[in-house]
Write a protein that binds this ligand. Sequence first.
Ligand SMILES: [Zn+2]
Length: 406
Amino acid sequence: MKHFFTLILISMSVSAYALQISDSVFISPSDKVVNYVMSTADYDSWILNDDFRKSEQPSVITKKLYQYFKDDFDMIMLITNEKERPQTLSYYGVNRSVANNVEGIGMGRYSNSSYYGSDGKLFSLMYLPYLDAIKYGPTLHEFCHCWANFAIPTVESGHWGICGGNTKGQLGGFKQSTLLTNVDGIANKYSVESFGTYANGGNSVPYNEMELYLMGMLPIDSVHEFDAFLDVPPESFQYYDESKTRICFTSDTRIHYTQASLIELLGKRVPDCTNSQKEFKALFVVLSKQPLTSDEWTSYESGIGWFCQTSDDGINGLYNFWEATRGVGAIDPSGLSFSLKSTTPINYIDQDMTIDVRMLPATIICSESFRVFNLSGQDVTNRNGSLPSAIYIVHTAKGVKKVWVR
Ligand SMILES: [Zn+2]
């Protein structure tokens, strides 16, 4: 009976506690989101002055995080704790390339990771200004920028511009199969189904073949031919019909890309898609002025959990990373406490209770008198001081906490 009671307490405790790393750094109850608390002045300046793009703050923050975390992350995604996009920022998301180790995507090898405090693992630092951007985009778009578009010249730098694909791309571009030529009997006039030159509706479209190829998710054999158009007079680019279902434009430079011409231009992708990395470990960090409330933790955990889940979400017209990569790619945000350095002090906190529990190696220290149980329900209080590294349950008169002793 006692055993049964203990198990119930364990399951209650699993989702309730955030982990405190320092005065300003917390890990979410599900171990997959970090909260970094900034001073009010720094946070306000970030929003007002676009400090992500215009200051050293991003590297100050990542360097601080690397004091506590091991160099385990391929990407770091910062998100400011805003319900809506701040009007002072002109964008919905940004990807700052940190390093590149891939050949054949139009970008040389380089690494700037030490500037951010990484020993070489980190290759991208991204930023989304508000909560809903995680679910509705541009999350997929920003992840795509880790590899694209550095490959071909377009009218929209870094994006596909007026360029075809098997489907409309995350970085813009039209559906190649809708291209009509010689429109209105004019030799250099074209029309296509409506599209965006740098995006196509956030997370509502999956990656197209060329994007998946550059990302290392598809072989070049899977990329169908497409056209990119340059020298398009801006005034010629307009809706073709009243219902705005098609766009027309004129162009004197139509470049036809085939698998062979892409390889000739870019060289082979190294590593190719049989050897490329497809699972990425990402550190999602919510920036805020105050520690997140439990409702806020829930919102971010749910958005990030949805984006990173490696299964069909059952939602039509919205793609997470796994869905957008056809089940080939995965982003892993989980297990953050296991990426903490062994020197990092940790403290499990419960916003509803005031028990202070701290862990030293093999030792639990608590502000209340307490008993310690292992996950099998055995009372191991008399072993405190020589506890093997594991998760334990600390019982006090005020409540129960799950703790991790290393
Ligand atoms: Zn972009």
